[in-house]
Design a protein around this ligand. Structure first.
Ligand code: ATP
Ligand code: MG
Length: 436
C-alpha cells in the first residue's frame, strides 16, 4: 500500500458528525451578531509578517515564538499565517478607509495559526470568531461587546463562564506603572525565571501574565496599575463596571489580567471557565485605541474580542448542550435501477419544497435488497421512507411509510401517494430541521 500522508500536527480535520456542531454554533453566533448590528469581514489568512510584528508588538509570545512566518519562495516577501484576527481587520479598515462614513461594527470567523505545543484546547490551527467595533470611544462600546458575549453564553445555555475585567489605562499611566514594576522586579531579581528576566526591561507588564507557578506570589504582590490611573481612565473603567452592573452582568476585577497582546488600552477582559483545565479562557478582548494609528491610519479607537471555537464547542459538549445530529426528512428506497428516471425528478420536487431527502444509491455491491435498504432508512433517522417499488411506479404512485412515532404531519400509517401529489405532500410536512 502507498504510504499515507497525514495532517500537520496540531491541525485538525473537522468532519461529520462534529462539523454539524460547528455549523450550528456559527449560525447561532451570526444570528446574534446581526441583532447587534455587526457585519461580516473576511481578510486573507496570509498577511505581511510586518503587520503582526507591528500590530502585536515584538515582545509577545505570539511574535517571539508562535508565528508561522515564512518567505515566499517566488518573490522573497516576508509573510505569515495570521495568528489572530484583529491586526488584519484593522489593516483592511485602514487600507480601504472604511471609517470614512462613521464607526464600523465588524465580525470575522476563521482559522488562526500559532506554533504552540498541541494539547486539549490548544492547537496549531484553531478557529476564532471575533468582533471589532472601530471608531467608538466611550465605555458603552466596551460594554456592548461584553454584553454581546454574555448574551451568547445565555443563548447557548453555557454554564460556568465568568467575566474577568481589568483596565490597562493609557500609555503614560502604563509608563509610570512600568517604572514601578521594573523597580519592584529588580528588587526580587533572584525570583524571576528566564522569560521574566529577559522581559524585565522590554515588557515587564507581560511578567504579570506568567504561567510559572513559582512566580505567582511574587506577581500577586507587584505594584498595581489601578494605583497609577488618572481621572479619565478611572472614569472610563468605573463606567464600564457601572453599565455591567446596570444589566446584571457579573464580573470580577482581576488586576493581573494584562492580556497577551501589546495593543490594548483601557478595558481588557476574559471569559474563563474552570471546566476546561489549563485552557480555561474561552473568549478574550479589550480596547485597542492605539492600533489604527500604529498601522498607519488616522487615529481611531477600537474595541473587540475573539472567542476560541474549539474551546466553546468542548465546553458545550461537556455540558451536553450540543444539538442532536441532523436527520433527513425522507429516505428514498429504490429497489430497481430502472426506477431512477422517475425517482430523481420526484426527489428534486421534494427538495424544492424544503425537505431534506436522502436517496438510496448503489455501492460497489449494487443497490442491495429491500430489507437492507429499509435498515439503512431506519439508521438514517429519517422520518419517512418513500418506496419507489415497481408496482407503485406502474400506477404512477409512491408508498409513504412513517418510520418514527409521534410525528407532526398527516401520515400515520403507510399510504400510497400519486407521484403528481408528492410536492403538495411535501409542502404539508414541516421539515424536521425547520425552526420551531
Ligand atoms: P491562552 O492564554 O490560552 O494562550 P491567548 O491569550 O493566547 O490564550 P487570544 O490571543 O486572546 O488567546 O485568543 C482569543 C481566544 O482564542 C482564547 O481565549 C482562546 O479561547 C482561543 N485560543 C487562543 N490560542 C488558541 C490555541 N492555540 N488553540 C485553541 N484556541 C486558542
Ligand atoms: Mg496564547
Amino acid at each position: 500500500m502507498t504510504e499515507r500522508i497525514t495532517a500537520v500536527k496540531g491541525m485538525n480535520d473537522i468532519a461529520p458528525p462534529d462539523s454539524a456542531h460547528w455549523e450550528w454554533l456559527e449560525a447561532r453566533v451570526r444570528a446574534l451578531l446581526a441583532r447587534y448590528g455587526y457585519r461580516n469581514v473576511r481578510t486573507p489568512i496570509v498577511e505581511p509578517l510586518a503587520l503582526f510584528v507591528r500590530g502585536l508588538g515584538e515582545v509577545t509570545d505570539i511574535v517571539e515564538k508562535e508565528m508561522y512566518a515564512f518567505e515566499d519562495r517566488l518573490n522573497g516577501e516576508q509573510l505569515a499565517l495570521r495568528p489572530e484576527g484583529t491586526a488584519g481587520v484593522v489593516r483592511a479598515v485602514v487600507e480601504h478607509n472604511l471609517l470614512y462614513d462613521g464607526p464600523k461594527r465588524l465580525y470575522y470567523m476563521g482559522p488562526m495559526f500559532r506554533h504552540e505545543r498541541p494539547q486539549r484546547g490548544r492547537y496549531r490551527q484553531f478557529h476564532q470568531i471575533g468582533v471589532e467595533a472601530l471608531g467608538l470611544a466611550g465605555p458603552e462600546a466596551d460594554v456592548e461587546l461584553i454584553t454581546l458575549a454574555a448574551d451568547l453564553w445565555r443563548e447557548l445555555d453555557l454554564q460556568d463562564v465568568t467575566l474577568e475585567l481589568n483596565t490597562l489605562g493609557q500609555p503614560a499611566e502604563r509608563q509610570a506603572h512600568r517604572q514601578a514594576l521594573i523597580a519592584y522586579f529588580e528588587q526580587h531579581r533572584d525570583q524571576l525565571d528566564e522569560d521574566a528576566r529577559r522581559r524585565l526591561y522590554t515588557n515587564p507588564l507581560r511578567i504579570l501574565d506568567t504561567k510559572n507557578p513559582q512566580m505567582q506570589a511574587l506577581v500577586e504582590a507587584a505594584p498595581k496599575l489601578l494605583d497609577h490611573l488618572g481621572a479619565h481612565s478611572r472614569a472610563h473603567f468605573e463606567t464600564v463596571c457601572a453599565l455591567l452592573q446596570a444589566q446584571g452582568i457579573a464580573y470580577r476585577v482581576n488586576p493581573r489580567l494584562v492580556r497577551g497582546l501589546d495593543y490594548y488600552h483601557h478595558t481588557v477582559f476574559e471569559f474563563v471557565t474552570t471546566s476546561l483545565g489549563a485552557q480555561g479562557t474561552v473568549c478574550a478582548g479589550g480596547r485597542y485605541d492605539g492600533l489604527v494609528a500604529e498601522l498607519g491610519g488616522k487615529a481611531a479607537p477600537g474595541v473587540g474580542w475573539a472567542l476560541g471555537v474549539e474551546r466553546i464547542l468542548e465546553l458545550l459538549k461537556a455540558q451536553q448542550r450540543l444539538p442532536a445530529a441532523p436527520v433527513p426528512d425522507v429516505y428514498a428506497i429504490v429497489p430497481d435501477a430502472q426506477a431512477w428516471p422517475t425517482v430523481l425528478p420526484v426527489l428534486r420536487t421534494l427538495r424544492a419544497a424544503g425537505l431534506q431527502v436522502l436517496m438510496h444509491a448503489s455501492t460497489p455491491d449494487g443497490l442491495g435488497s429491500m430489507k437492507s435498504q429499509f435498515k439503512k432508512a431506519d439508521a438514517s433517522g429519517a422520518r419517512y421512507a418513500l418506496i419507489f417499488g415497481a408496482d407503485e411506479l406502474a400506477a404512477a404512485q409512491v408508498a409513504v411509510k412513517p418510520l418514527r412515532e409521534g410525528l407532526a404531519g398527516d401520515v400515520t400509517h403507510q399510504v400510497t401517494l400519486p407521484l403528481a401529489e408528492a410536492a403538495a405532500w411535501a409542502a404539508r410536512l414541516r421539515p424536521a430541521h425547520a425552526p420551531r
